[in-house]
Each structure stands twice: as structure tokens, then as C-alpha cells.
Design a binder for this molecule. Structure first.
Ligand SMILES: Nc1ncnc2c1ncn2[C@@H]1O[C@H](COP(=O)(O)OP(=O)(O)OP(=O)(O)O)[C@@H](O)[C@H]1O
Ligand SMILES: [Mg+2]
Length: 361
């Protein structure tokens, strides 16, 4: 699989917005590749640029004030220079989206059936009855009971969780080359979440769909990702295979994220929240390493003056830091973050967690 050409290859992506407070540099030099059948998870605190970096691939951001540079290669096609009209051949079809806010992707005045069939009719050339059949199949796949009888309902007749599943069905409707799922299962109960993750994994196996999965939930990352990209202040600060990221994270930010996971008994909410301090606003990024003001491993003046390059610490494992976290501290954070698979009732070893966390306070 590794020798195959990537389905999606993002190179040096930059996104900025002209704002009243100055230029907001929201995505800064982001590069990654996703192969057929592979899942790349993107994690990071609120505001780190996860949504914008993926929306920008098909210019789903206001331009202007937004500006996008770099490359977004879907196969051999670079999407960045394409016109709005040309992008219609990709957006929602070859690049499927599950948007973070389901209400922005569902039109309240149209039936669920219409919203599920318009793309497939236009882009896959299905007849009305074929498109309705496909819509029923998609709704059943995402776990909506009596799907056929729900096609003529409007979004407000669905519960929040069911709307979310409809949005997932729309993302999958045109059999995309790459699915971008932005907090796609965050609002769902664990059982439904596990069902959706199974569905996505099956589509990946059967059709080689590449997936970019954005989430705050490290349990979901452990359950679905092959590789993980950690973003901070618009940059990739660490990139590694999923096991490496959990076993031996080396960037101070990632280590902080794993250490800050809520303690046992709160497994439902494993959000990335509790590193002291706040991320910098994208209009006023600090000099040097963007993370240095919050860094527990900060070494010297260099951190405050020079922007660290993304550097390989092991094959396939890179960090954007002058100093890798020592292995002992990295392993302690890893123990703290040992998570159950989403939907399983395997519990975390309380001793392991307590040991790892006691060093901090
Ligand atoms: N149209 C816009 N104009 C100016 N700034 C914007 C615009 N859209 C997004 N931003 C800024 O870009 C930054 C990144 O936003 P983004 O939505 O990508 O964050 P995120 O990582 O997805 O966060 P969350 O986890 O909360 O979803 C934020 O600081 C946001 O305020
Ligand atoms: Mg977001």
C-alpha cells in the first residue's frame, strides 16, 4: 500500500484571512499524504486550523478575505488553482465532506431524500428511482431505521443524532476518493459511533476510500487512524503512525495533550483541553516556535526566536521542535493516554493512569 501513489497529497498549504486585526495566518505550511484505504487523523485544540485546512482544499472558505496557496493534489489534479466551476467536479463528489456543523450542510426547506439524491443524480447520472434506492441504501448503512419512509421528511423531523447520520450519508453518497470527516461522530452515542466507524472502515477496504478524520476524541483516533497529524496554531507539530503517537510522542504539545486527558471514570469525554495557557491568535503569532510560551520542555532562547523545521525523529515520525521530549517523559504521557477502543467496554487500567499522572502534580 505504501508504494502506491497517494490519493490526496497536500503540499505546503497556507491559508490566511485579511481581518480587521491584521492578517490571520490560520494554516501554515501544512503537508501530508493519504493513500487509498488509509485514514489520517488530524487532532489539535480548538482553533488550530483543522477545519480550515481541509475546507480550503476545495475552497469552501470565503475568498476573499481568505487566500489559499500551496498544492492539493487529488491524484494528478491540483485543486488549488481551479476555478469555482471546475471545483464543482470535486467538491462533495470526489472529495466527500462531513461538515462539523450538520445544520450548515442540511437545507431545512428540502426533504432528506432530495438532499441525498441531488448529488448522485447530477454526478453519478442516476435516474430518480435509482437515486432514491441509493438514498435508502445510504440511510440504512448509517443506521436510520425505516429509511424509505423517512425520505420525504424534512431535517427538523430528525433528531440531532439522526441528522448527523444523514450528513455522513451525504458525505459518502458519491463514493468519494477521499472522505473528509470533521468531528463526524462527536455528537453520536458510542454504539452509533462504533457502527459509523465500522461502515467507514468497510468502505475503505472495499473501495480504497482515503479518509481524513478530524476529531478531538483520541479514543476515535485510536480506533480508526493509521497515521496522525497533530496541529498547533496552524502548523503540523507532530506526525506519526498511530501506535507511535500514543506510545512515544515526542513533541511537547502532543505529550501535553496525552497527559491532559481526563482521569478514569470520564471515558465518554476524552477531549483535548487541559494544557495550561491559550493558543496564540492567528493574527499575533509569537516569534520562534509557536508553542514555546506554553511549553513545559522549553530549553533556551532559540525556542523564542527561531521557527523550528519539521524534523524526522524516526522513520515516518516527525516533530516541529528543536527538542524532542525525552523518552521517559514521553512514555509516562503514553501510559496516561491508554484508551479503550470506542464502543468497547474494555476499561483503562487505573494504576497505569494514576502512576503516570502523579508525576505532574
Ligand atoms: N473566515 C474567516 N476569517 C477569519 N478567520 C477565520 C475564518 N475562518 C476561520 N478563521 C480562523 O481560523 C482559525 C482556525 O479555525 P478552524 O475552524 O480551522 O479551527 P479548528 O481547529 O477546526 O477548531 P475546532 O476544533 O474548534 O473546530 C481560527 O482562529 C478561526 O478563528
Ligand atoms: Mg473545526
Amino acid at each position: 500500500m505504501m508504494s502506491e501513489a497517494p490519493v490526496l497529497s497536500v503540499r505546503d498549504l497556507e491559508v490566511s484571512f485579511a481581518t480587521k486585526r491584521g492578517v490571520a495566518r490560520v494554516v501554515r505550511g501544512v503537508s501530508y499524504e493519504v493513500a487509498a484505504g488509509e485514514t489520517l487523523a488530524i487532532v489539535g485544540e480548538s482553533g488550530s486550523g483543522k477545519s480550515v485546512s481541509t475546507l480550503a482544499l476545495t475552497k469552501l472558505i470565503p475568498i476573499p478575505p481568505g487566500r489559499v496557496t500551496g498544492q492539493a493534489l487529488l491524484g494528478d489534479d491540483d485543486l488549488v488553482p481551479l476555478s469555482e466551476r471546475q471545483l464543482l467536479e470535486y467538491r462533495g463528489t470526489r472529495v466527500g465532506y462531513v461538515f462539523q456543523d450538520p445544520m450548515t450542510s442540511l437545507n431545512p426547506v428540502h426533504t432528506i431524500g432530495r438532499q441525498l439524491t441531488e448529488h448522485t443524480r447530477y454526478h453519478l447520472g442516476l435516474s430518480e428511482s435509482q437515486a432514491r434506492e441509493r438514498a435508502v441504501e445510504l440511510l440504512e448503512q448509517v443506521g436510520i431505521p425505516a429509511a424509505e419512509s423517512r425520505l420525504d421528511d424534512h431535517p427538523h423531523q430528525f433528531s440531532g443524532g439522526m441528522r448527523q447520520r444523514v450528513v455522513i450519508a451525504i458525505g459518502l453518497a458519491c463514493d468519494p476518493d477521499v472522505l473528509i470527516a470533521d468531528e463526524a461522530t462527536t455528537a453520536l452515542d458510542v454504539t452509533t459511533q462504533a457502527q459509523i466507524l465500522d461502515l467507514v472502515r468497510r468502505l475503505q477496504r472495499e473501495r480504497g476510500m482515503a479518509v481524513v478524520w478530524i476529531t478531538h476524541d483520541l479514543g476515535v483516533v485510536a480506533g480508526i487512524a493509521d497515521r496522525v497529524l497533530v496541529m498547533y496554531a496552524g502548523e503540523v507539530v507532530e506526525q506519526a503512525g498511530v501506535d507511535t503517537l500514543f506510545d512515544l510522542p515526542r513533541h511537547p504539545y502532543t505529550v501535553g495533550l496525552l497527559e491532559s486527558l481526563p482521569v478514569l471514570g470520564d471515558l465518554e469525554r476524552r477531549d483535548l483541553t487541559a494544557i495550561p495557557g491559550l493558543p496564540p491568535p492567528p493574527t499575533h503569532l509569537p516569534e520562534g516556535c509557536a508553542f514555546h510560551p506554553r511549553c513545559a520542555f522549553r530549553h533556551d532562547e532559540r525556542c523564542a526566536t527561531e521557527r523550528p523545521p519539521l524534523t524526522e525523529v524516526a522513520p515516518g515520525h516527525s516533530i516541529r521542535s528543536f527538542y524532542a521530549v525525552p523518552e521517559e517523559a514521553a512514555r509516562a504521557a503514553s501510559t496516561a493516554a491508554r484508551l479503550p477502543e470506542p464502543g468497547s467496554d474494555r476499561t483503562t487500567d487505573p494504576e497505569g493512569r494514576d502512576d503516570a499522572r502523579s508525576g505532574r502534580t
